[in-house]
Design a protein around this ligand. Structure first.
Ligand code: SAM
Length: 294
């Protein structure tokens, strides 16, 4: 049966109307910038490649503009929203859909693994969101590190953060986030989105990025945990050489000599900076230290 949309929210007029009706007050602390551009929504929905078999997790549905689109494409949508003042609005904007579950909680406190069990038998879900920018990194890294069954993640993030996720060695944006994201997934920037596509307008540019989860991590290492400690140590002190970054890190306790030999084993000059190393080289460094480090 064809479902009819209750309210089209994909334009400034209807968004303002519903906000006025409920006397909704935007909360800056929740990163509330609502999408009002149907072309951007088209791009997000297309990139997420949702089918009628899919269970989708939406983080921060706001007034439900994207939730409506997702509900039309997916089998089920679970939308987690922290702001209790948005719940009555979502009840109205989503009343025509029987395949949406709205959960009024902080996404950082939700057990998403358990949620995938309940709504998708523990099978991989698709994550789609216009993220609250203040918690982009904990949300994305939480999904990867807690091994949530995820197929792909298609999200709106701050443009600068999307760039950081996508770049490789040699770029000023390359850092711990690039390596962490690329260890778990293949990033692809779908679109750049200017501030006038939102109400209220954010004071930064935005981008839609799709992260397609690798079947297996991008590199093999004997100790991913050590590899990420080495990565954090290298980028904590960006201006320093890799050698100094690793020597000074409170997270590592290798002698200077051991660190020098580990770097030498990569066949790179002793003056190399961490930002010049690939993910593969960080994995090699970790493996050398597992076998030879004392
Ligand atoms: N999806 C809507 C849209 O595109 O118009 C709203 C996007 S807005 C950028 C971010 C949304 O995330 C807001 O609705 C905000 O209240 C919600 N949010 C902020 N922090 C959250 C958290 N910790 N857990 C769940 N939702 C959160």
């Amino acid at each position: 049966m064809e479902r009819t949309r209750q309210l089209s929210l994909e334009n400034p007029r209807d968004t303002i109307e519903i906000i006025k009706k409920y006397q909704f007050v935007f909360q800056k602390k929740f990163g509330q910038n609502f999408l009002i551009d149907s072309h951007v929504l088209d791009k997000i929905i297309h990139a997420a490649a949702i089918t009628k078999e899919d269970c989708v997790l939406e983080i921060g549905p706001g007034i439900g503009v994207m939730t409506q689109r997702l509900a039309e494409k997916a089998r089920h949508v679970v939308a987690v929203e922290i702001d209790k003042n948005l719940i009555p609005i979502l009840e109205e904007t989503l009343q025509g859909y029987d395949n949406v579950t709205v959960i009024n909680q902080d996404i950082l406190k939700v057990d998403i693994n358990e949620m995938t069990q309940v709504y998708n038998n523990g099978c991989p879900v698709k994550v789609v969101a216009n993220l609250p920018y203040y918690i982009t990194t904990p949300i994305i890294m939480g999904l990867f590190e807690r091994r949530v069954p995820v197929d792909n993640i298609t999200v709106m993030v701050q443009k600068e953060v999307a760039d950081r996720m996508q770049v490789g060695p040699g770029s000023k944006d390359y850092g711990a986030l690039s390596l962490a994201v690329q260890y778990y997934a293949e990033p692809y920037i779908v679109a750049n989105v200017p501030p006038n596509c939102f109400i209220p307008r954010p004071n930064v540019g935005s981008a839609v990025i799709r992260l397609t989860r690798h079947r297996n991590p991008a590199v093999e290492t004997k100790s991913p945990e050590l590899m990420f400690r080495l990565i954090r140590a290298s980028f904590n002190q960006r201006r320093k050489t890799l050698q100094n970054g690793l020597n000074n890190s409170p997270e590592l306790s290798y002698s200077k000599e051991t660190i020098a030999r580990a770097i030498e084993s990569l066949g790179v000059p002793p003056s190399v900076r961490g930002e010049a190393l690939t993910l593969q080289q960080f994995a090699q460094l970790a493996d050398w230290l597992v076998c030879h480090g004392e």
